[in-house]
Design a protein around this ligand. Structure first.
Ligand SMILES: [Zn+2]
Length: 575
């Protein structure tokens, strides 16, 4: 429904704006199916109940690559209902759905499961049902980008198993309400496998048992709400070691590391960087959000994933040329943006990725200074493709972006906003305050709330800039351009001598949404003497404007596109 509204407002823009906005027409997506809506949209069979707790038990048969288990779902009724929707991929078999000891009837449609309840449940009542199931879960072709099980072996030939399901969703391996809008208050997972291995999951280890000869089970539990795609397990020959992070402000935090046997010495050394990272993140973003459950890195048979309080680490102990391990940093950044501040619809994944990618630059600014962070951002900028809007369609669990613009264009959107505002104290305080305003508990957020948040916290500064320089104090067109258009803002500019008195600099925004009226700076270089004049800060609109530069010698200009994301284009002087 929300997507339909966006399309309507877009066609209004397109008809109002005529040819100039030729590239700003709505992006055309392939037709979505009933299966997409079943997975991505809300309906009474999903909204009439709120999940309190999942208790998942899973036994693994590694040679057969199969699983057998059950999930006990505890929930509270929000509106009277006699039918509910669960989700489980169609390739997995449901053996029975139990209500106390009674078997419930159910129907399957694509990956949805319609469960008929024995009676109409009253609002406010609490219940539980148990789904027993088995089968061969889908294997990941290219984890973590394709969801599924990863059936690997460690260097000694022992099994090493894990699962990553961001995008496809948790229902590829366990039955649940697979909508990101409903985080359970907590979860418990038990993994049963060969007793020569160890299972690690989210949260803390509660107990381990020996259910049968040669078999062992490990039960883990979180004490915090969690996104369904963050629920995970790792099964392998693990060594566990611990460390403590002494936070100046928020008290000690337990760090748990699970690495393959033999990797402990290098891991102990390599993971030292976690301390400096947490120093910066706690300073700029807020306290580590899952303190009771602790912070953990778990060596994984795939590159990485932001699994809450059990981050998948598979980067082979390598730092990048900026001296940090990208996977440790990026996936840990998601504990703030993604796991604590969470979207409710996969089409809005930019909320997780743009801010998390920005945490990489924050870390560099915090540890090595703004110049190094700037260089890093310029490296990322080369990866922007402008193929598709970074805000995807809603209610269809959209995952099919052709590029990584929600990461890199997303981080450049934030970098640009910072330089529009030109008030670092306000900028960092606003970022820090997101934690309290949009995160925590079972709440989730969405694009309008995030952009509204920024409008509100930067509002008085934007009004000040509007009065002083004529910028648009409303951020709507700014966010529309970056989130809803694939086309980047194009800056057209020109330079013309003004007799022998000086120069005129001409400029305008092209290919922008109506109202895109934000400042940028030009560097002025009075070559060949290499005298740098103070930068020229202007507010282009979609009409040509000019500014006189009283400098009679040679002059070169270049837009400061290291601070503002746009495509600069020097053009002929307009008539
Ligand atoms: Zn990410």
């Amino acid at each position: 429904m929300r997507w339909a509204k966006i399309l309507i407002s877009w066609s209004l823009w397109a008809s109002m704006a005529g040819g100039l906005w030729a590239q700003l027409v709505p992006h055309t997506y392939p037709a979505f199916t009933r299966a997409d809506s079943l997975r991505g949209a809300l309906r009474p069979e999903r909204t009439s109940w709120d999940v309190n707790h999942y208790n998942l038990y899973l036994s693994l048969d590694i040679p057969k690559r199969s699983i057998r288990g059950e999930n006990v779902i505890r929930f509270r009724v929000l509106a009277p209902m006699d039918r509910l929707q669960l989700d489980l991929f169609a390739n997995l078999t449901i053996d029975r759905i139990l209500w106390n000891s009674q078997s419930l009837s159910f129907e399957r449609e694509h990956n949805a499961v319609w469960v008929q309840l024995p009676e109409t449940l009253a609002e406010g009542s609490e219940h539980s049902l148990t789904v027993q199931y088995h089968g061969q879960p889908q294997a990941a072709a290219k984890p973590p980008w394709d969801g599924g099980f990863v059936w690997e072996e460690d260097p000694t030939g022992a099994p090493w198993v894990g699962v990553a399901c961001e995008g496809d969703g948790a229902s590829l391996w366990w039955p649940l309400k697979d909508h990101l809008g409903d985080k359970p208050d907590s979860i418990r997972i038990t993994i049963e496998g060969p007793d020569t291995l160890m299972a690690v999951c989210n949260g803390d280890l509660v107990t381990a048992r020996y259910p049968a000869p040669g078999r062992k089970s490990w039960t883990w539990a979180t004490t915090y709400p969690i996104n369904s795609y963050n629920v995970t397990f790792y099964l392998g020959q693990y060594t566990h070691f611990q460390d403590t992070y002494e936070s100046g402000e928020y008290g000690p935090l337990q760090l748990d590391y699970y690495v393959l046997q033999g990797n402990e010495p290098q891991a102990r050394k390599h993971f030292q960087q976690v301390h400096g990272m947490l120093d910066c993140f706690e300073q700029y973003l807020g306290p580590y959000p899952f303190r009771r459950d602790g912070f953990a890195l778990v060596e994984a048979p795939y590159w990485g994933m932001e699994h809450q309080s059990a981050i998948a680490y598979g980067n082979e102990y390598e730092n990048n040329r900026y001296g940090f391990d990208f996977i440790i940093l990026h996936e840990s950044g998601h504990e703030w943006f993604g796991n604590y501040i969470s979207m409710a619809d996969h089409g809005e994944l930019w909320i997780h990725e743009a801010f998390t990618t920005y945490t990489e630059a924050i870390y560099l600014e915090c540890t090595q200074g703004a110049d190094v962070a700037q260089k890093y951002l310029l490296d990322q900028r080369r990866l922007i493709r402008n193929q598709e809007p970074i805000l995807g369609p809603l209610d269809v669990n959209y995952t099919a972006w052709p590029d990584a613009d929600m990461y890199y264009k997303g981080t450049w959107m934030l970098h640009t906003l910072r330089h529009i505002v030109q008030d670092d104290e306000l900028w960092w305080a606003s970022l820090r305050q997101m934690y309290d305003s949009l995160g925590g508990g079972t709440r989730t957020t969405h694009t309008a709330e995030v952009t509204g948040y920024w409008q509100q916290v930067l509002g008085s500064r934007l009004n000040e800039l509007a009065a002083k320089m004529g910028i648009n104090p409303r951020l709507g067109p700014f966010f529309d351009q970056f989130l809803r258009c694939s086309a980047p803002p194009r800056l057209e500019y020109a330079l013309r001598p003004a007799g022998n008195q000086g120069w005129f600099v001409y400029y305008r925004w092209a290919n922008v949404v109506p109202g895109f009226q934000y400042p940028l700076s030009f560097a002025l270089n009075a070559s060949p003497l290499r005298i740098y004049l103070p930068p020229l800060r202007v507010v282009p609109t979609d009409s040509w404007q000019r500014t006189f530069i009283p400098h009679s010698g040679p002059l070169a200009i270049s837009p400061a596109d290291e601070l503002f994301y746009c495509i600069p284009q020097q053009v002929e002087v307009p008539d």
